[in-house]
Write a protein that binds this ligand. Structure first.
Ligand SMILES: Cc1cc2nc3c(=O)[nH]c(=O)nc-3n(C[C@H](O)[C@H](O)[C@H](O)COP(=O)(O)O)c2cc1C
Length: 183
């Protein structure tokens, strides 16, 4: 094997990664952003880590209310993911602008994305500053998955196309078909 030493951004080596929608806030102050830097951390309790840039509006809402939802989406939502991942609620009300459908959660006051394949309702346990982000450790108090797509072995990948980001505007799904967004 011949290696090249990778230059910035280093994280390209660790992509593709699923691109999720993070919904935060409640009542009349709700927001949606994209996040790929999400990982399960522990099983007891169920926890998910999210690397959350402190300059995002989502960070403000997560800090204020201590809860959020992590929403798994399909490749059909690639435009939406890119849109919410490149604009901030500090500038535009993305939910209103794109008419993003949200539904009430059961255990927290933050809604989830209605068209999600699955989602987790999370309550913040800890926020740890690392560089420009906070590593948000959230307890996944309940996790849901589309009955038609989910089996005891996880997602039925013959039927489910989970959206992943390679880098920038380059996305891929588990079929292996690249989705390159036009400028
Ligand atoms: C596919 C994709 C993945 C992203 N992953 C993350 C992430 O894991 N953490 C993060 O803080 N920002 C991530 N971003 C950037 C945020 O979504 C972006 O800063 C967004 O504009 C924040 O919105 P807000 O200010 O309304 O909260 C990602 C963007 C895209 C397009």
């Amino acid at each position: 094997m011949t290696f090249i030493e990778v230059d910035d951004p280093f994280y390209r080596v660790f992509h593709p990664r699923p691109a999720y929608l993070i919904v935060s806030g409640r009542d009349d102050d709700v927001n949606v952003m994209a996040a790929s830097w999400v990982m399960p951390i522990s099983e007891e309790p169920w926890t998910l880590g999210l690397a959350l840039d402190r300059e995002t509006y989502t960070y403000k809402l997560v800090k204020k209310y201590g809860e959020y939802t992590v929403n798994v989406v399909s490749d059909k939502d690639v435009d939406l993911v890119y849109y919410v991942g490149t604009r901030s609620k500090y500038e535009v009300d993305k939910i209103k602008e794109r008419n993003i459908p949200l539904s009430p959660s059961k255990n927290i006051k933050t809604p989830y994305y209605t068209n999600a394949l699955g989602y987790a309702e999370c309550k913040v346990m800890k926020m740890i500053p690392v560089g420009e982000v906070d590593l948000v450790i959230g307890e996944a108090v309940a996790v849901y998955a589309d009955k038609k797509l989910f089996t005891r072995y996880g997602w039925d990948l013959r039927k489910t196309r989970i959206l992943m980001q390679n880098i920038g505007r380059a996305f891929v799904t588990n079929s292996g078909t690249p989705i390159i967004l036009k400028r």
